[in-house]
Write a protein that binds this ligand. Structure first.
Ligand SMILES: *[C@@H]1O[C@H](CO)[C@@H](O)[C@H](O)[C@H]1NC(C)=O
Ligand SMILES: *[C@@H]1O[C@H](CO)[C@@H](O)[C@H](O)[C@H]1NC(C)=O
Length: 238
């Protein structure tokens, strides 16, 4: 995974935090060039992430899976700091397949042992969970689910993902999911993005802003035959 891709992921999570904490009214930061680009440049030089030592049972394996590429890119990146005092985010190197019970035990231990855990109710903590944590989890993992930034696989099951703070790792190519939606090889994409929003679009300011952008096609029901999906470079289902 290129550092650029990693930067974007991290930046997105930072923006999500900034959106919650600064409660800026008006345009979403994601779509504002005057907010996004200067902040992105600033992040490249100032953003710091502290990574905790992996728990003893955790043996990182170097694979070509998105999660291990993410972890190895992160650890080799200039964003890592050894000084927790200057960190914006804290990376919890949980095993990405950690069973819920082990996760809950880890959360209990962290609450007691990690000095930065309680400071923001772990909202500045990031962890990997491939399938994401569901709502039926116990109180400890639920706390992690609700407060920390979760990084999971694409596509994450509905209910295992909280849009304002969580991140999904982009699938690695070749992804079987990519093919049915990608424009055919000899076709030029007419739109930058196609978005299917099954929820209530009026509730999301980002959807409202994208509706007015000619680069995007947004619909709540697929309009078969119009070929919007096939004519778009990227597809997003929310
Ligand atoms: C964090 O808060 C909990 C109570 O909610 C407390 O039991 C725990 O000791 C605190 N952790 C630290 C490291 O101070
Ligand atoms: C390009 O697309 C057309 C349909 O628009 C199709 O008939 C043709 O076979 C395609 N050519 C290639 C090389 O894929």
């Amino acid at each position: 995974m290129a550092v650029n891709q990693l930067s974007l992921l991290l930046f997105r999570s930072l923006l999500a935090i900034a959106t919650i904490t600064s409660a800026v009214a008006g345009a979403t930061p994601y779509l504002s060039p005057t907010t996004l680009f200067p902040n992105y440049q600033k992040m490249l030089t100032t953003f710091k992430i502290y990574t905790y030592a992996p728990p003893s049972q955790f043996t990182p394996t170097v694979t070509t899976q998105p999660e291990s590429l993410f972890t190895t890119s992160l650890l080799a990146s200039p964003f890592v700091t050894q000084d927790p005092e200057e960190a914006h985010l804290f990376f919890l190197p949980f095993h990405p397949d950690l069973p819920t019970r082990s996760l809950a035990r880890q959360v209990r231990e962290n609450r007691q042992n990690l000095p930065y855990w309680n400071r923001t109710l772990e909202a500045d903590h990031v962890f990997l969970s491939l399938s994401g944590i569901d709502y039926s989890s116990d109180r400890n993992s639920l706390e992690l689910k609700k407060n920390s930034v979760q990084i999971s696989h694409f596509p994450t099951t509905y209910g295992h993902f909280i849009p304002h703070k969580d991140i999904t790792l982009p699938p690695l190519n070749p992804s079987p999911l990519a093919h049915p939606h990608a424009p055919p090889a000899n076709k030029t994409a007419m739109y930058l993005g196609y978005m299917r929003s099954d929820g209530l679009p009026e509730e999301s300011s980002i959807v409202n802003e994208l509706i007015n952008d000619p680069d995007f096609v947004i619909e709540s029901q697929p309009s078969d035959g119009l070929g919007y999906m096939g004519n778009s470079k990227f597809c997003l289902f929310v």
